[in-house]
Design a protein around this ligand. Sequence first.
Ligand code: NAD
Length: 257
Amino acid sequence: MRLQGKVALITGAANGIGREAAVLFAAEKACVVAVDIDEKNGRETVATIEESGGKAVFVRADVSSNDDCREMVAVAEQAFGRLNVLFNNAGIMLSSDDDAIATDEEVWDRTMAVNARGVFLGCKHGIPALRRAGGGSIINTASFVALLGAATPQIAYTASKGAVLALTRELAIIHARENIRVNALCPGPLRTELLMKFLDTEEKKQRRLVHIPMGRFGESKEMAQAALFLASEESSYITGATFLADGGITAAYVTPI
Ligand code: NAD
């Protein structure tokens, strides 16, 4: 059991990567704090874990709120006595996010508030708890778009993920001597709601797939497995990493067809 005795807080745990990670971490014997604004699906994640004999609690929290982030960490310590793993995974990609000319300030601000400030606030309140536990692992979900530009832009989303990558590196260095590791998980395009609601025709899907060497979208489960590695002691000498799980997309100049 790779997370025996560990307490893991996962944001965005109601759907997609966060949900798969919550279920997988619990199967590896972590006590899971499932955080989301989506109460219905968040409670479903907890129910799924409990049905399999695992331990989990749901916390309704908006990661862009300082008070909510303080509360989610407090619940983790109250419910399970400590915090060992912090997976800052919640994120949004808004349909009106476009190039610099077409994107409204509100879209920019909301995207940055959830995707970048949300990670900052998770760390602001989570790191003192990890210190109290004697150290731990932080995983921040960035994206391959933090490393590559696209001609079909989502400028606010891309900038927010660049911020996640940069702050991950700095946090990793600051806390390296405290037994706290901080890594960025950079998924490629996934078959989750976040992306599929935009790629809603076969033609749009195919246009994206030509850029992925493996020729398919990634699965939430595959990201959960990468996050599990970063959460566990198996990655004990890895910190500050840009951990790509992208089907080869960032390695490619031309993809095979
Ligand atoms: P998803 O939409 O399936 O899940 C995201 C979850 O975050 C949802 O449950 C949502 O309710 C929650 N959430 C949104 N705003 C929140 C807030 N303010 N506070 C708390 N929870 C909030 O998406 P996913 O694909 O599982 O994405 C998870 C992470 O992976 C995100 O950070 C996303 O940017 C990143 N990512 C996704 C892809 C992809 O192709 N899907 C690629 C790269 C990176």
